[in-house]
Each structure stands twice: as C-alpha cells, then as structure tokens.
Write a protein that binds this ligand. Structure first.
Ligand SMILES: [Zn+2]
Ligand SMILES: [Zn+2]
Length: 115
C-alpha cells in the first residue's frame, strides 16, 4: 500500500497548538503540536530523548524546546516524501516523513487500524 501524501497543511491559529494535514486520500489529521515536537525525528531530539529515558524522565521539562516552543512558524515540503517544520525557537532539522506523520495520526480510525 502506498503512503498517501499531504495535499495541504494548515496551522490555523498560531498558538492554538495544533496542525491539520489534509491527505491525498481524503483523510484529515489533526495533531497537537506538542506531540509533533516530541516526536521530532532529528538526531538532536532523538539524543535528548535517549538521555531523558536513561535519567528516568527527570529532565523532561528541562530539555530545550520540548514544550515551550511547540509552535510551528513554517512548513516546507521535502521532496515527495516529507515535511520540514520550523519551530518558533528556530529548530528545523527534523524531517517528518509522510509515512511517519500518517502513523502518528491521533484519530480513532488510524489508531485502531494497526493492531
Ligand atoms: Zn529535533
Ligand atoms: Zn487518522
């Protein structure tokens, strides 16, 4: 099965804390930006998460940008496979692939379909 691609990405209200993706197959995903930021796939954030896990999560609020900067200021298409998000704190090294984003869709339909 091929992965649907986003046809439109909307950050309706800056500060509202959510992002909507309209997919090529007609599906619509609404993501809390905080969750997207926490799932940032870049090397820096992955390393940060690894350290947090090792320290039992105590550093969670101290880590740079995990909650305070959960606001997206720009969305760029990367090739045919992903989206690059620029966060309010300037962080923009994470490339979110379409497949990754689609798997993250929090709607009951998506979350219930891949057991
Ligand atoms: Zn990152
Ligand atoms: Zn969904």
């Amino acid at each position: 099965m091929s992965v649907p691609s986003p046809v439109h990405v909307a950050i309706d209200h800056p500060g509202a804390g959510q992002m909507t993706i309209f997919w090529s197959d007609g599906h619509e995903s609404v993501y809390p930006l905080a969750d997207i930021r926490k799932a940032c796939p870049c090397a820096t954030c992955r390393e940060l998460k690894r350290q947090q896990q090792e320290s039992g999560g105590l550093m969670l609020v101290a880590g740079p940008g995990l909650s305070a900067s959960a606001e997206v200021v720009d969305v760029t298409t990367v090739g045919r496979y992903g989206l690059q998000l620029t966060w309010k704190d300037g962080h923009n090294t994470g490339i979110y692939t379409h497949e990754f984003l689609r798997k993250m869709c929090p709607c009951p339909l998506c979350q219930g379909s891949d057991e």
